[in-house]
Ligand binder design. Structure first.
Ligand code: SAM
Ligand code: SF4
Length: 508
């Protein structure tokens, strides 16, 4: 099945922290837009087990692969032992993420030895960044392919069908970057959707890669330069999802703010188009277009690098009512010295200026952020500045990480690496500070009535009265008890209880 082991984000059920995911609970379960397979061929159906680590983009990529596989008669399974194909979609953002993949492969080795026909594949950012060393470390894997090779999956499987999957054969490696643009044509393979399940919120990838080169980050090396999908494709995907009953669209990219600049570049004969020179703001335009699709009730987008956040985008928060009243704006550090060493290209004051633009049009918007503690050279004073920024910002929640050196990135070569013990203390201190703020904000919700989009049912519930979970416009998790199926409903909920992780209420 599509199992999400997120490393970079936070969960809904516990205090958001590193190694958790904010969307985990409403991430779509594996579904495939099955082609109709004639009954006499049903016996030929094969099973694929997909395990996904990392960010929402990886989740969207796994869905894309399940969509492609669905058309090749593969169906998802939750039981790895009955799988014909095991696909690990990996994350390389921190060292821990890589370790998890290698240790999972170790667990899978006996299965591969027992079933030599089993196809074992490693996809995603670890595959991209470390294909060769991975091939040496886990030679029993059949194929290793990067995120730019997803569309090649059917061809890769055909090659394996001819070549076989014997354990002694060296893994196939396909980790080239696709130099073409970024296109997922909706007409060729319809987006991934389960007709039998009520999906309410869907991710749509709008831009891949990143041009920013923050000194700690592997993304520009594993995902390549920014490449945007044309707006028409994104709108058609939105229309498709809405026609299926989806009410919330989450637009994804490493830096959605610079969406479309590469497309302008082409028409400008490869002159470097920046936000200053573009004369138009393709991402803001896209937001207006998505909002104009009838049936789109809510729009979220992630991630926004503050350095590319413009007044034009703040205007979209004012004009587009479907843009949720919650915004994730990763700051990474409160210290200008560290921001400079990170190559974030903004200062603390510039970050706060952008926050000011948004608060001017949405005074009660809920902000969240990403922070790294223990970046090389971070002193106690720098860390105090991070604490003071968090206090000043009054975030709804944060995702905080200990700095993890990534091979090939400039920060690994920086002197003054911070000891692990210091990183641990700082992380703890930061999380405790935020926990108090989250509890305070959640408690202040009691007595208010909030519009909540209901997303899923508590998986353990069996009886008549179930617990249903949704999100308020501000992104807070809200629990509602009801004998009725609430999924997909936009409810007015009176908030009656709160803790650090969720609110509770009843339909008003
Ligand atoms: N593009 C986003 C931005 O600019 O804010 C970030 C996307 S990254 C996949 C998610 C988060 O992982 C980052 O915001 C950062 O806090 C964290 N991260 C990235 N590289 C890291 C590293 N080497 N060590 C620790 N955390 C890291
Ligand atoms: Fe990584 Fe920086 Fe690009 Fe975000 S903006 S993906 S942190 S390089």
């Amino acid at each position: 099945m599509l199992e999400v082991e997120t490393d970079s984000l936070a969960t809904n059920e516990s205090v958001p922290a590193a190694a958790e995911n904010p969307f985990a609970k409403y991430m779509p379960k594996p579904q495939v837009n099955y082609p109709v397979v004639p009954e006499h061929q049903q016996g030929f159906l094969k099973k694929v087990y997909v395990q996904t680590w990392g960010c929402q983009m990886n989740v969207a990529d796994s869905e894309r692969m399940l969509g492609l596989l669905g058309r090749m008669n593969y169906r998802p399974t939750e039981d790895v032992n009955e799988a014909d194909f095991v696909l690990l979609n990996t994350c390389h953002i921190r060292e821990k993420a890589r370790h998890k993949v290698v240790s999972r492969l170790g667990e899978l080795r006996p299965l591969k030895e027992k079933k030599p026909d089993l196809i074992l594949a490693v996809a995603g950012c670890v595959a991209q960044a470390e294909a060769k060393s991975l091939a040496r470390e886990v030679p029993f894997v059949d194929v290793i392919f990067g995120p730019d090779q997803i569309e090649e999956l059917p061809a890769l499987l055909e090659t394996l069908a001819t070549r076989g999957t014997a354990i002694g054969d060296a893994p196939h490696i396909h980790a080239e970057f696709n130099k073409e643009g970024y296109s997922i044509p909706v007409d060729v393979v319809p987006p991934y959707f389960d007709e039998g399940k009520h999906e309410v919120s869907k991710f749509i990838n709008i831009v891949k890669g990143c041009n920013n080169f923050c000194t700690f980050c592997v993304v520009p090396y594993t995902r390549g330069r920014e490449k945007s999908r044309v707006a028409d494709e994104i709108i058609r995907e939105t229309e498709f999802f809405v026609s299926k009953g989806v009410r919330e669209i989450v637009l994804l990219g490493q830096n959605v703010n610079s969406y479309g600049l590469d497309l302008l570049d082409e028409t400008h004969a490869h002159k470097k188009v920046s936000l200053e020179t573009a004369g138009t703001l393709p991402f803001a335009d896209l937001l207006y277009k998505v909002a104009a699709v009838p049936g789109v009730e809510r729009i979220r987008f992630t991630t926004s690098n503050p350095h590319d956040f413009t007044p034009g985008l703040a205007a979209a928060f004012r004009d587009v009512k479907q843009i949720c009243n919650a915004f994730h704006l990763p700051v990474q550090s409160g210290s200008d010295r560290i921001l400079d060493r990170m190559n974030r290209q903004y200062t603390r004051a510039e970050y706060l200026e952008r926050v000011g633009w948004i608060r001017a049009v949405r005074p009660d918007i809920a902000f969240s952020t990403d922070l790294i503690v223990g970046f090389p050279g971070e002193t106690d004073e720098d860390f105090e500045e991070t604490l003071s920024l968090v206090e000043e910002m009054k975030y709804a929640f944060i995702y905080a990480f200990k700095y993890s050196p990534r091979r090939g990135t400039p920060a690994t070569r920086f002197k003054e690496q911070v000891p692990e013990a210091v990183k641990n203390v700082r992380l703890q201190k930061l999380l405790e500070l935020q926990k108090r703020e989250t509890e305070r904000q959640n408690a202040a919700e009691i007595g208010l009535t909030r519009e909540v989009l209901m997303l899923y049912r508590n998986r353990k519930d069996k009886g008549d009265e179930s617990t249903w979970y949704g999100r308020s416009n501000e992104g807070r998790l809200v629990k509602v008890h009801s004998p009725r199926d609430l999924i997909g409903k936009l409810l007015q909920v009176k908030i009656t209880g709160a803790n650090a992780t969720a609110l509770e209420g009843h339909p008003a």
